[in-house]
Ligand binder design. Sequence first.
Ligand SMILES: [Zn+2]
Ligand SMILES: [Zn+2]
Length: 246
Amino acid sequence: MLLTRVYDALLTVAYPQACRVCGGGVEQRRFGVVCKGCWEATRIFTGAETICWKCGAPSPGLEIPVELKPNVRCHRCDSQTFTAARAIGPYEHGLRASVLEFKRRPHLAPFLIRLLNDVAQRTPLNEATRIIPVPLHKNRARERGFNQAAVIAAALAKRMQLPLDETSLVRSSGSEKYRAGLDRKGRRDTVAGAFAVRHPRLVENENVLLIDDVFTTGATVDACSEVLVASGARNVYVLTIARGKS
Ligand SMILES: [Zn+2]
Ligand SMILES: [Zn+2]
């Protein structure tokens, strides 16, 4: 601990990490590219807020007893196949800066791994038996050199001591196009049929923890969930770093 602190202090002098939110110095390596103050100002879901139990959309202002929380639905997610989706917090401040940095460098700050683990320990995600990252399109993997979802999945699998499965779920087509400005249905259509399960026996009866970096419309994770459930997965729980506005 002391050594880490000494090392952090030396590192701050030798190579100060500027906070990607406020521009100040980042005090500890475990915080990644965001300083302590900016992390404190970042909204982190505690599990106590009222959300759509299925897709995790916040329902501000709605106060209901704990035992009724699993009944809350936003109904916009009714057609989606996953059982539940959760994130550390909204896609803003420290979480947004960390996700953007993470697209450039395959390093996940220990602080984020801890927060992801906290979310994964809550019901119903704590029923997960297997961790699967959303596969990255081959061309994009080649450009970037890594798949963020796979980096998160590997870190979590180690922390949670769950099997990491990077082979069962694959991209089945190279036709996925992302076009800005597409509506919900348009975005859904571009990913429908983009995924396939290569080893159905490995996902049969499993509670899959499906990992991606950001949940926006849920179209991508839902396309993955459809093929996983069609292959016999009992539940698909989605875990992302942040939740964007859909
Ligand atoms: Zn800051
Ligand atoms: Zn919902």
